[in-house]
Structures are given as structure tokens and as C-alpha cells.
Write a protein that binds this ligand. Structure first.
Ligand code: 5GP
Length: 392
């Protein structure tokens, strides 16, 4: 009796360096967060045969094109989950990262994003969310950051988070492994969400330098227009009554709404569609939770997380390296501001780590922008890889 080969396409939600995995029974395949992988044989419970079909960095893409055989085996979802559960349980008793099995397999240049194996809860209910979303797993970088350099407050948050995950089911929701994807046809130009350090500068540059490619949408507000503001003009708002805005919000016309000085502000799906219908990517200045909200409305943004670039210099702790990286990009930032930006980014990356299309980095603004543009080019077509909803 022959067993049919089960093949599938997945997006990797963590980095994997096969050269550091001592358990591999044959040639392994390394991959990075966001890579699209064709699993050509998923019948083995521990190891899948796989090939990378799309990778987010131009360098990796070149390496992929140059290699004659870009296939190998990768840990199955089941294996990743088991190792992570084990590690979570060890973290509960011992916060020393060196004892963590999966962690040791990860490369020293593991990114913040993938390190944080905290998966967003389906719907935030309580204040606990702030705690629960905090990164506490997966990379050497991150665990090291937690134990060596992160503030006591954040270490405590992470510990509480870990301890609050009592059941396996709860833990599993937090473990990032692979997300099944398929190539899907779409009839809109994908909006762009950029999060992480330097996001504002990058978004500004995209819009200003490439108006033929990127646009901004017009949000709604319930506040009164100021003297020079024109209803519905670019750079202004659609001015709307509070009751009407609440009604439209209840109808699901907005994918994000906020309150400022007692006034409601929000962005409607239609305002994004208006930009898209001009053939432009709508660059959205929104919080991370807008990504799943847009997805629920069948509009899949290209979501890019900017992460610090780390060289793991000897004698320098990880947080100091992140601060140095940020100050190099913006010399006016104070140490305290850098720490705030970095920690805020880590929270966002932990909570929305399953929603990003890619994470990018660079030593200069230009490098980061090139990487962002590359990702947009790769995923900005009419047949992107999107979640298939399949359960694996
Ligand atoms: P202003 O009333 O001065 O134009 O904006 C005040 C504040 O409203 C901004 O700093 C920002 O925090 C918030 N805001 C502006 N537009 C939006 C939007 O589209 N959505 C949300 N959630 N907040 C907005």
C-alpha cells in the first residue's frame, strides 16, 4: 500500500539554520522568516522534504538562483512544536537560555522578530494582552536580550507570560512554525504596513520619492475641520459626525479606529481601495492590529517589520548593539528614546509575528529602503502567496 505524498506550500514563521541542527538525519535546508517553502513530502512526522520557492532578501534570492540544488529537509511542524513546548517548559523552571534545546539550534544572528515566539491571541480581552504579547521565546538574541540587557520590568513581564501559559493548548497558540499558503489571484494593489524602528522615516521616503507607486489614503475624523482643511482632500480628513462614524464602524467599514481628545479617528477600507484603484500601494500609518483586521476584510497588506541589525560583537550586550544601530540611523535619538523605540518594536514584532510578510534590516536608511522595496516588488503582484486557511 502506497501512501500519497502530501505536498504543501508554507510560509516560515521563524529562521532555521540547518548547519546548527545536530539532529538532522540528512541534508538540511536553511530558511528565514517569511520564506515560502514548497514541502514536497510531508509524510514523515519529524522531517519534511522541502524547497524554497521565494525568499525575501535580494542576497538570499541570488544565492538560491546560484545553487543547483536548493532542496533539503526541514523540521516538520510537529517537530518544531514539540521542541518549542519543551523549551517553554524549561523556561518556566530555568530562564537560562543555554539549556534550551531548540534555541541552541538557532543561528547567532537570529532576528528579534523570530526569536519572539509569542503568538497573538485571537482577540485581546484584558490588560493581560500587553503582557502576553511580549517576546519570550525562540532566539538566542532575544533570550539573551531578556536575561542580559532588557529592563527588569520587561524581564518580569516575560516571566509572567511564560508562567501564565499553563496548558499545552495555550502554549501552542504562541508557537510559530509554518503557515500554509497558496498563490491567490487578487484584484487590488496591496496596501503597505511598515512597523518597527525607523518606520516613519521609511514610509515618508516611499511616499515622497515614488509618488507614481505609493499613495496615502484619507482618514475620517469626528473633530471639526480647521481653517485650512478641506473635506476629503489628501492630507486632510473626511469630516463626519460621531453618530454616523459609530454607525459606519459597527457596519465594519473601518479596519482601525482610535480616539484622540474625545474625537474618533479611523481609516475605512474604501479609502484604501480608492488609492488602490489608482494603481498605487496605499502606505498605511497604523498599529499592528490593523494587519489582521485588514486580512479579515480580505485585503492582505504587505506587512514589513524593520528589525535592528546585529553583529553580536564580543563584549557588547545585545541592547547596546541595538541602540548603536539606531543611533547610527538617526544621530539625534537619545539613549532613552532608543530603548523605548526598540522595546516598542519588540512588543509589536512579538504580537504580530505571524502577520508579517517579511522582516528587513540594514546598516543605513538606504539599505533598509532597498530591502523594503525588494519585498514590495516580490509580493506586490496580482498573484501573491497568501494564507490558505489549511490546517496542518
Ligand atoms: P489631528 O486632529 O491633529 O489631525 O490628529 C491628532 C491625532 O489623531 C494624530 O496625532 C493621531 O494620533 C490621530 N489620528 C490621525 N489620523 C488618524 C487615523 O486615521 N486613525 C487613528 N487611529 N488615529 C488618527
Amino acid at each position: 500500500q502506497t501512501v500519497a505524498k502530501k505536498t504543501l506550500f508554507v510560509k516560515a514563521l521563524f529562521d532555521y539554520d540547518a548547519t546548527l541542527d545536530s539532529g538532522l538525519p540528512s541534508k538540511g535546508l536553511s530558511f528565514k522568516y517569511g520564506d515560502i517553502i514548497h514541502v514536497t513530502n510531508a509524510t514523515d512526522p519529524e522531517w519534511w522534504q522541502a524547497q524554497i520557492v521565494c525568499t525575501n532578501s535580494a542576497e538570499d534570492e541570488q544565492a538560491l538562483a546560484d545553487s543547483s540544488d536548493a532542496s533539503g529537509i526541514i523540521p516538520s511542524k510537529h517537530r518544531v512544536m514539540r521542541k518549542e513546548r519543551k523549551r517553554i517548559n524549561q523556561v518556566k523552571f530555568n530562564s537560562t537560555p543555554k539549556s534550551l534545546e531548540f534555541c541552541e539550534q538557532l543561528p547567532p544572528n537570529e532576528t528579534t522578530l523570530h526569536a519572539q515566539n509569542g503568538k497573538r491571541k485571537k482577540k485581546p480581552k484584558t490588560k493581560l494582552r500587553m503582557t502576553r504579547k511580549f517576546p519570550f521565546m525562540k532566539s538566542v538574541d532575544n533570550v539573551a536580550a531578556l536575561t542580559e540587557s532588557t529592563s527588569l520590568e520587561i524581564q518580569k513581564e516575560a516571566q509572567e507570560t511564560t508562567q501564565s501559559l499553563n496548558s499545552t493548548d495555550q502554549q501552542d497558540e504562541w508557537i510559530l512554525s509554518y503557515e500554509p499558503v497558496t498563490k491567490q489571484s487578487i484584484d487590488y494593489v496591496r496596501p503597505i504596513v511598515i512597523l518597527g524602528p525607523m518606520k516613519d522615516r521609511i514610509m515618508e521616503d516611499l511616499i515622497q520619492d515614488r509618488p507614481q507607486k505609493f499613495g496615502v489614503c484619507i482618514p475620517h475624523t469626528t473633530r471639526a475641520p480647521r481653517a485650512n482643511e478641506v473635506n476629503g482632500a489628501v492630507g486632510s480628513y473626511y469630516f463626519i459626525g460621531k453618530e454616523e462614524m459609530k454607525r459606519q464602524k459597527d457596519l465594519g467599514l473601518f479596519f482601525e479606529v482610535g480616539i484622540h481628545n474625545d474625537n474618533l479617528y479611523g481609516t475605512s477600507i474604501n479609502s484604501v481601495k480608492a488609492v488602490s484603484s489608482k494603481g498605487l500601494h496605499c502606505v498605511l500609518d497604523v498599529r499592528g492590529d490593523a494587519i489582521p483586521e485588514l486580512q479579515k476584510k480580505s485585503m492582505y497588506p504587505i506587512a514589513i517589520y524593520i528589525k535592528p541589525k546585529l553583529a553580536y560583537r564580543r563584549g557588547m550586550n545585545v541592547l547596546d548593539e541595538k541602540i548603536a544601530w539606531l543611533q547610527e540611523l538617526n544621530k539625534r535619538l537619545t539613549q532613552d528614546t532608543c530603548i523605548k523605540i526598540i522595546q516598542q518594536g519588540e512588543r509589536v514584532s512579538a504580537e504580530f509575528a505571524d502577520c508579517f510578510t517579511a522582516s528587513v534590516t540594514g546598516d543605513t536608511i538606504e539599505e533598509i529602503e532597498d530591502a523594503v522595496l525588494h519585498v514590495i516588488k516580490l509580493h506586490g503582484g496580482s498573484e501573491p502567496w497568501l494564507p490558505s486557511g489549511e490546517v496542518i
